[in-house]
Design a protein around this ligand. Sequence first.
Ligand SMILES: C[S@@+](CC[C@H](N)C(=O)[O-])C[C@H]1O[C@@H](n2cnc3c(N)ncnc32)[C@H](O)[C@@H]1O
Length: 436
Amino acid sequence: MQPGQQIVLEITDLNHAGEGVGRFSGLVVFIPFALPGERVRARVTEMKKSYARARLEEILSPSSGRVLPPCPSFGSCGGCQLLHLDYEHQLHFKNKVVENVLLRLGKLTEVEVKPILGMENPWHYRNKVRLHVAWEGRKPVLGLYAPSSHVIGHRIDRSPCYILDGQLNALARVLAGLIKKHAEMLAGLTAVSLRLAAATGETMVVLEGASEHYSRWKRLVDELTAAVPVTTVVRVGARGKEEVLYGEGHITDSLDGLSFRLSALSFYQVNPVQTSRLYRKVLEYASLSGRERVIDAYCGVGTITLFLARKAAQVIGIEISPEAVALASVNAAQNGLSHVSFVKGAAEEVLPELLAREGMFDLVVLDPPRQGVKQAALESLVRAQVPRVIYVSCNPATLARDLGFLSAQGYRVQEVQPVDMFPHTYHVECVAYLCR
Ligand SMILES: C[S@@+](CC[C@H](N)C(=O)[O-])C[C@H]1O[C@@H](n2cnc3c(N)ncnc32)[C@H](O)[C@@H]1O
């Protein structure tokens, strides 16, 4: 086999990124957009020692799960990878990814992986989008990047995004028109993020970029806020410095009876329907009686912390971002939860200190970024013999690595519940429950 060669092969699997996997002359071949059960013709694009990559050219016999992608940008936009696969098959694929990775990377042979919690309506679910501004000569174009590139793959003025909330699609269209109209004033604008608080309808627009002429961006803000309901507009400049251009600089959402203030850079789950199911699962595993002392590590603006606090005696949140910690404290106060506190710092430093200094905690919740939990934090759980741990993860590979470590150190992984937070993409969220 060599680059440029045409090959015909059967697709037997999908890899973690949703690409078709087959074999040719004994070598594994990855083919984006090919599906298991298909026989395809493909052209080899890359050869490595242990695998090859190829471009799909013709589907000789299609999979029963293949559907026509509704979005005209599918394939050229980096947002969705699975729009060609029907939703039931997507859910099945995600369950398999989790099972395989727990076995392969975590060496966990006896873990029960529950059937993934899918969405009843898996469309227009996202409450946030980051749109890039690409300058085609002097003309700015607003859209989503193509896969692994800095070229616009989906222009938001031409067609809506099928996984983005309808209100944000409408806002994005108006914004794209205004950006084109005011092109000469917007030098330096690189990206625009839109966020919706789905329960309250409040919206935030975040303009990103560096310019010597920010004052000129004001025209855009004036016209935008006159044309569509926008709650606040913020500019984020170099080193994450925020400047409020309109409104208060934050929006407020509510989830299961709790309200959360969010600012331009706060982490907040992007799928409100599934977030509620995810957090309820955490609460179910926590099975709190009201007497427990709990730590919520990687707590963001205090979302899971406050869910837990309604049922626990004490909850301490740990978070590295000072802005998120400040919002978490505001959120605790505005929900009237006074037995909650937050510590600013890295979980790998704060968690060992808290566990050594503050006596026994009944439960630790972990919800790290994609890199997973640092070794020092995991070791501190083992040392302190924390009886129960709940691990929320957006990356099955690091989840498997960390569960593998904890299970070798005396924890038993009772159950793993995948939750489909990101339909039509290869991403999968999980909640794992562990006991000593
Ligand atoms: C996946 S988010 C979870 C936030 C929150 N639990 C939620 O559901 O909204 C991960 C959070 O961890 C924070 N973070 C990243 N690295 C950290 C570290 N080393 N120690 C503590 N927090 C960290 C990020 O700022 C982010 O708020």
